[in-house]
Design a protein around this ligand. Structure first.
Ligand SMILES: [Zn+2]
Ligand SMILES: [Zn+2]
Ligand SMILES: [Zn+2]
Ligand SMILES: [Zn+2]
Ligand SMILES: [Zn+2]
Length: 358
């Protein structure tokens, strides 16, 4: 099979567009510093003081630095070009942040939480993120105590990776993820709160768990560690339950459950009421995730689609499969430097690419 049907072509075009999107997901033209603390994608720059920076600055200011993607943090202000940023690139620029073009360092936000993720380590075991590890990793959505850390499934259970070798069970749906015996099925819960956060706010979580509405909120809890037993004064072994730290797995729509729970509390001075409205309002209403502007991306995709349609017409709706794959990988290569240098892809660039490809 050396040529493609129209349907193949359309399918492959979608794949191509996806690749282009991954190479250039957003237009890196705005730094989020002026917007203040946001829930946003954060990157840590290990080259410069382990500061947390926004998506655009990771591309345009700390271009060739050693960076770690931290996924999202809930309340974070970009520290590129602030007094925390020790980037001195006298050779390229006089600006502290290439996007804000400030010549003096800006004041750093005082309420940024710098947990160990910013050093490039994750979880209780403080390991670097390993994309090849089959372990499931979950982010704590509470995060007040742990800095919204990410945890390995076995670390949530309180086992080392070695100790879980016997607990491995194959996933139902042929996925590459390995599931551990006694760990909740990934589709049985929506979100996760780590044992550190639960322990820190134990009073509130105990009250939530003993409330009748907890059936709409909590999918399950998971104690840490091996079955812990202790010898009491009479020499009998007995389970100690009260002090074993545990994590909480939340049901889908837990927001609604927390809202109903809050509404059921009539006394606004009740500690749980204050907890739900002041300390952890994100349990009731998730903080909106900031996403960089996308307009340019749409334009790029439109141009690519149009150019592809043109070249499709020119080749009588059939394009050699290998030719298409070649085009795909060339386009990917073509887009890479744009993403790396934070340059915006313009219509001329795309047209010249397709002209040179025909
Ligand atoms: Zn920034
Ligand atoms: Zn840097
Ligand atoms: Zn910057
Ligand atoms: Zn771990
Ligand atoms: Zn936590």
């Amino acid at each position: 099979m050396n040529s493609l049907t129209v349907q193949d072509y359309v399918n492959q075009q979608a794949e191509l567009e996806q690749q282009a999107k991954e190479a250039m997901p957003w237009d890196p033209k705005a730094c989020t510093y002026p917007l203040g603390p946001l829930k946003q994608q954060v990157f840590s720059c290990l080259t410069h003081n382990n500061i947390g920076i926004c998506y655009s600055c990771s591309i345009r200011c700390h271009t060739s630095c050693d960076k770690v993607e931290l996924f999202t943090k809930r309340h974070f202000t970009c520290d590129c070009g602030t007094e925390k940023d020790n980037r001195i690139d006298a050779k390229c620029s006089a600006y502290k942040c290439e996007i804000r073009k400030n010549k003096e360092a800006d004041i750093a936000a005082v309420d940024n939480t710098y947990g160990h993720n910013f050093k490039g380590t994750f979880c209780n075991c403080a390991k670097e993120y390993d994309p090849d590890s089959p372990s499931v990793m979950l982010q704590c959505i509470f995060g007040t105590e742990c800095g919204e850390d990410w945890y390995h499934d076995h670390c949530i259970m309180g086992y080392s990776e070695e100790e879980t070798k016997d607990l491995i069970r194959k996933s139902k749906n042929e996925s590459t993820e390995i599931l551990l015996e006694h760990f909740p099925d990934l589709d049985s819960f929506d979100s996760f709160i780590c044992w550190k956060c639960v322990s820190r706010y134990n009073y509130y979580f105990q009250r939530i768990m003993s409330h009748e509405l907890s059936k709409d909120i909590i999918a399950c809890t998971l104690k840490r560690g091996k079955t812990e037993t202790e010898v009491n004064e009479n020499g009998k072994r007995e389970r100690v339950d009260s002090d074993i730290p545990f994590s909480i797995f939340l049901k889908e729509d837990y927001n609604k459950g927390f809202e109903n729970l809050k509404n059921s509390i009539k006394d606004e001075k009740d500690k749980l009421y204050i907890f739900l409205t002041q300390l952890a309002p994100f349990l009731i209403r998730d903080v909106e995730l900031y996403e960089p502007p996308e307009e340019e991306k749409e334009t790029v995709m439109d141009i690519i689609s149009k150019s592809l349609a043109d070249s499709m017409n020119r080749s009588d709706l059939v394009l050699g499969a290998s030719a298409f794959r070649g085009l795909q990988s060339r386009l990917k290569e073509f887009l890479k430097p744009f993403a790396e240098n934070g340059e915006v892809v313009k219509e001329e660039d795309i047209s010249s690419f397709f002209e040179s490809s025909n």
